[in-house]
Structures are given as C-alpha cells and as structure tokens.
Design a protein around this ligand. Structure first.
Ligand SMILES: C[S@@+](CC[C@H](N)C(=O)[O-])C[C@H]1O[C@@H](n2cnc3c(N)ncnc32)[C@H](O)[C@@H]1O
Length: 250
C-alpha cells in the first residue's frame, strides 16, 4: 500500500490519515506490517505551495510510505531477487579483503568473518527506495500525446512495482492493483511474466493504460482505431492479463 502524506486543509499540520489506516488494518482487520518502505522521489515538486514555497515554513516532502502488509507472519518473499549493486567500498574489499578489514565479531552480533567479502551477486537492498519519477518518453506517454489524451497525473515509476513484484511473487502468480490508474503495476507484472488484474474507477485512465500493452509493431493508425473503438464501446470496463484477449475487449 502506497500512501503519500498530506496536510490538513488550510493548516501547516500533517494529516494522520495514513497512520490511522495502517493502525486500523493491523488492529482491526488483522494484517501484519511485514515491513515499511520509504519511496524517496527526489523529483517530487515542493508542495503545498503555501507552506513550502511562499511562507517557507515547511520543507519539501519527498518521501512516500509503502507498507508491506501480510496476512500471516511469513508471507512469500525472496530478497535475493532484488539485490542492488555493491558500493565502491565493498567492491574494493572483495578484491583485497585483507587490506580493508580484520575479521571480528561486532557488538551488533554480525560476524564480520572471512565470508564477509564473498560476492553474493549484489548487496541487500534497504527499505529506502530511491526512485526518481522522471519517465518522460515511454510508449505510454508518446501514445497519449499522439492521441491528445491526458497522461495519468500520479503514475508510479516502473521500478517501484517491479521491486515488490520481483521480491514477493513468482512467475505465474497474479498481481492485483486496486487503484491501478495508468496500470504501471500491470505492465510491470506482465514484464515479469506474472498475471495481473487492474481496478480503476476512471475509465479514461484505464483506456489509455492499454497503450502500455501494445506491440511495438502496432501502427499509429491501428492504435488510433483501437482507442476510438474502446472509447465508444458501451461494454463494462474490464481488463486483465488473466482474461486474454479481453485486454482489447474493454
Ligand atoms: C495515485 S493513482 C494510482 C496511479 C498508478 N499507481 C499508476 O502508476 O498509474 C490512484 C488511482 O486510484 C483511482 N481510484 C480512487 N478510488 C478508487 C476506487 N474506489 N476504485 C477504483 N479506483 C479508484 C483513482 O482514479 C486514481 O487513478
């Protein structure tokens, strides 16, 4: 669950709604907070303008919370699928361990022994996910521009759903995004060979989201034709990779 923070109306005081939701989900519904993540988006614009830009009494809020909630204590997870590149220091240490550290037991209990310098294919990621939201030239954006369709104003960067889908699911699993918007989550799931289902109340967002799933070879005129066909269709809106080929049956 990704919930950005917010200020109370006309007050430089934060709303606590996101924390209340978390407490409710855990205390009343029975979820566990498996781990909290912080999505740092350095490209986030300063807001609210009144408190940050004009009066300059609050700093820019550039972190969103992402809560990993689970139904039991051991939800499926494998962090070795989301390892990150080693730091420069660690790379040096791996090439010449004796020069850079002495094996010893740290007060924290970490045994910094000979195995410490072993290359495990990458470092363990932290719960601070630094992902700028700067996508500007994707096929989705290009096709929205071509058809003069508004792009979704609050899209995820692709790397955000990719991280969680990779860590928490296997190929063939089904990923559901109940607030799908432009369906970045579905596109991420499909690229990792997971099935996906998208719920979105705004039909126009859902229609444009189909651009994410078109083959590169599809011509501009075919895209235009498809979009207009979907636009006038009176059928209930339903898309999902588990219902192929209903993707184009909106
Ligand atoms: C922040 S956006 C999600 C954007 C998405 N992550 C993306 O990458 O495009 C939240 C979306 O939830 C949708 N939404 C809000 N309430 C909803 C509801 N009750 N049922 C379905 N969709 C809803 C909004 O229309 C909006 O598009």
């Amino acid at each position: 669950m990704n919930l950005g923070g917010a200020y109370q109306t006309k007050r430089p005081v934060r709303s606590l709604h996101n924390y209340r939701i978390l407490l409710k989900l855990c205390d009343e519904v029975g979820y566990r907070l498996a781990e909290e993540f912080f999505w740092h988006n350095p490209a986030k614009l300063p807001s609210p303008i009144e408190w940050v830009n004009k009066r300059k009494i609050r700093v820019k809020d550039s972190v969103d919370m992402v809560w990993w909630l689970s139904k039991d204590d051991y939800p499926k997870a494998d962090i070795t699928r989301v390892l990150v590149p080693y730091s420069e220091r660690m790379q040096k240490l791996q090439t010449d361990p004796e020069k850079y550290y002495k094996p010893k037991l740290r007060p924290s209990g970490h045994d910094i022994g000979a195995g410490f310098a072993v290359d495990n294919g990458g470092a363990i990621p932290s719960n601070l996910l630094q992902i700028p939201n700067t996508e500007s030239n994707s096929r989705y954006i290009q096709l929205c521009k071509m058809l003069d369709v508004e792009t979704h104003p609050a899209r995820f960067p692709m790397k955000l759903p990719l991280f969680f889908i990779q860590m928490l699911t296997d190929p063939g699993d089904t990923v559901l995004d109940i607030f799908a918007g432009s369906n970045t989550t579905g596109a991420a799931a499909e690229s990792l060979e997971r099935h996906w289902i998208a719920f979105e109340q705004n039909r126009m967002y859902l229609l444009a989201s189909t651009f994410r799933f078109l083959d590169k070879e599809v011509s501009e005129s075919e895209v235009t034709e498809l979009y207009h066909k979907l636009l006038v269709s009176q059928e209930p809106t339903r898309i999902g990779s588990t219902k192929q080929p209903s993707l184009f049956n909106i």
